[in-house]
Design a protein around this ligand. Structure first.
Ligand SMILES: O=P(O)(O)OC[C@H]1O[C@@H](O)[C@H](O)[C@@H](O)[C@@H]1O
Length: 272
């Protein structure tokens, strides 16, 4: 695994060619993404934290590998990235075709702009047959205390609850992360806000159709070997996804989506 860094607008970004994975984004003097330290990463094992790229299968929605293979492969780093940008590409190989018999090119670009990180994912069908896939940017946002974080913008939006066999539900209040949560919100394309006492972030998506809100809670977290006790309270996952309905791409067709995380001023903390 090789890591690549870039700085712009007083911010710092670090990414890895393993998984085409954004590992760290430091802005306003604090780490915005949760990620386990390098010593808790094992070769060939998905990195726990940062922004894993999920492709060509979201979770267990298909007969392939859980969350796909893109997060487990070495990507090609971009050679001509401008300052503040890091990009990676992954194309099909004999190994990917054994798992999923299609020609594809994935492109990932992470770009810093004042007070924001924009991560774009592009999928191209380079084969001669149509294919369908599900995918996501599985963003781990670092929080001071997941039990106190509030995700706003999904009020009354129907969701499928993966902790209850995808039972349908909806909630009149903000999404909270006090216990295990694993919800897929189909068609949730509106901007969301992640509110904490000391920080307010807006999460905007283009191209992606669904949002997933996930935190393993204490019991499931204890079964994740890379996490230390209490780590589950240090992140909430707000994932930009196309998961409820697969994307269908014809030969030569391209899909592009982005997730943008914008740092806003929390209420009561106006810019001087
Ligand atoms: O442990 P993994 O494979 O990284 O998956 C983490 C979680 O990822 C989320 O996207 C899924 O909705 C959860 O069901 C899953 O547990």
């Amino acid at each position: 695994m090789r890591t690549f860094t870039t700085r712009a607008h007083g911010m710092h970004l670090r990414a890895s060619d393993f998984g085409g994975h954004v590992l760290s984004w430091i802005a306003r003097g604090r780490e915005q993404l949760f990620c386990v330290p390098t010593e808790r990463m094992a070769p060939g094992v998905a990195i726990r934290g940062g922004i894993p790229v999920i492709f060509p299968q979201f979770a267990t929605r298909g007969s392939g590998q859980r969350h796909g293979f893109a997060r487990l492969l070495g990507w090609e780093p971009g050679m001509l990235d401008a300052p503040g940008t890091r990009s990676f590409a992954l194309v099909d190989s004999a190994a990917t075709r054994r798992a999923w018999p299609h020609g594809f090119r994935l492109g990932l670009e992470a770009r810093l702009a004042p007070d924001r990180l924009t991560v774009s994912l592009e999928v191209r069908n380079t084969g001669s047959d149509p294919f369908s896939c599900t995918l996501a940017l599985h963003t781990y946002l670092q929080v001071e205390d997941a039990a106190k974080a509030r995700l706003e913008g999904l009020q009354d939006h129907a969701y499928m609850d993966a902790t209850r066999d995808d039972a349908q539900g909806s909630d009149p209040g903000p999404v909270t992360f006090e216990r295990e949560i694993d919800r897929l919100y189909p068609g949730a394309t509106q901007p969301l806000r992640l509110a904490e006492e000391s920080q307010l972030r807006e999460i905007r998506m283009t191209g992606f159709r669904d949002v997933v809100a996930w935190n393993p809670g204490p019991s499931k977290a204890s079964a994740i070997p890379e996490l230390e006790p209490g780590d589950h309270r240090r992140f909430v996952c707000v994932e930009a996804a196309c998961a409820a309905t697969p994307l269908l791409l014809s030969p030569g067709e391209r899909w592009r989506g982005s997730q943008e995380i914008v740092l806003l001023e929390p209420p009561g903390n106006p810019v001087a």
